[in-house]
Design a binder for this molecule. Structure first.
Ligand code: COA
Length: 193
């Protein structure tokens, strides 16, 4: 069985991380949960510094403290996914964005890997004392909200998000962190390194 783990971004992952983002461009895919890495493709070291600032930030209406991880597959030591976890929410994130953003690289999708990504993310939330996680997804993004539902997410609201003249229907989810981990540990713990 394949095994997975979270790794904090570090300098040894520079090439793999840049290739991760470039794969999204190659496949014309939406990028999410990468801690802004796509803006630092020519300054990976600067991105690592930015992540340090993200960790220790005092929350305000503009920004909140956050942690970013690579999801690594043990067998080939490759970055399979990424996740960005907001450790607290401001009013804006409560309405839209929530605690967690995530992605799986286009060539590794539909293998159940994002469910492992979210399970590991919930374990991080538990460590930081977050009891209820808020998430949202575009209604058209089935893979995203199905991940949330697979981990026990409850659809609490749908709303219309308007931006740049376009609008989309968003689904808001809540996950009880302790319950989700308890109910899903038998599935996911065997897949962790
Ligand atoms: C969303 C994303 C992370 C899902 O990753 P993934 O590894 O393919 O997802 P999984 O294989 O773990 O599947 C999770 C669930 O979605 C379902 N699913 C996955 N892809 C699907 C698709 N294209 N259509 C319908 N359902 C899909 C799976 O069947 C599974 O549901 P199940 O447990 O009921 O069977 C990935 O598509 C991605 O990176 N997208 C771009 C970034 C993004 O949209 N992030 C989320 C922003 S809110």
């Amino acid at each position: 069985m394949e095994k997975f783990y979270f790794e904090e971004p570090n300098i040894s992952r520079k090439e793999d991380a840049i290739a991760y983002i470039n794969e999204f461009y190659d496949y014309n895919s939406k990028i999410n949960g990468v801690g802004g890495l796509y803006r630092y493709l020519d300054d990976y070291e600067g991105w690592l510094k930015k992540l340090e600032e993200d960790y220790t930030r005092i929350p305000n209406e503009e920004k909140v403290p956050a942690r970013t991880y690579f999801l690594i597959r043990e067998s080939d030591s490759r970055i399979i996914g990424m996740i960005n976890i907001r450790l607290s929410l401001n009013e804006s994130l409560k309405k839209s964005g929530g605690h967690i953003g995530y992605s799986i690289r286009p060539t590794e999708r539909r293998k159940g890997y994002n469910k492992i990504n979210l399970y590991l993310g919930l374990k991080v939330c538990q460590k930081y004392g977050i009891e209820t996680v808020l998430l949202d997804a575009d209604k058209e993004n089935l893979a995203s909200w199905k991940t949330m539902e697979a981990l026990g997410g409850i659809n609490i609201r749908e709303f219309i998000d308007e931006h740049d003249g376009a609008h989309s229907i968003m689904k808001n989810y809540e996950i009880n962190v302790n319950e989700s981990i308890k109910n899903n540990s038998n599935i996911f713990e065997p897949m962790l390194k």
